[in-house]
Design a protein. Structure first.
Length: 87
């Protein structure tokens, strides 16, 4: 699946995890966090953009910024976790 497909599916179902077939280390995945709102110092609430998080092989989680290849050319995204068969 493409990056666009991942964003659509992950936004519709935030319980899904996604990985790339090219990721060789087991245990890596990304997920799309549900939309939230944040309250500014002015007291007004604003919607946050959707955030994609990445859990790496060392169990560290960070916001995910895919490479240009990961966003525009990759079609090897799948539902699941690296090192395991696609779900």
């Amino acid at each position: 699946m493409s990056w666009s497909d991942l964003l659509r599916r992950g936004t519709a179902n935030p319980t899904l995890t996604f990985a790339r077939q090219k990721w060789e280390q087991p245990g890596k995945f990304v997920w799309v966090a549900p939309r939230e709102t944040v309250t500014a110092p002015t007291g007004k609430e604003y919607p946050l953009c959707v955030t994609v998080y990445f859990k790496d092989a060392d169990d560290v989680v960070k916001p995910y910024q895919p490479s240009m290849d990961g966003m525009t050319e990759a079609d090897d995204w799948y539902v699941g976790v690296s090192g395991r068969p696609p779900e």
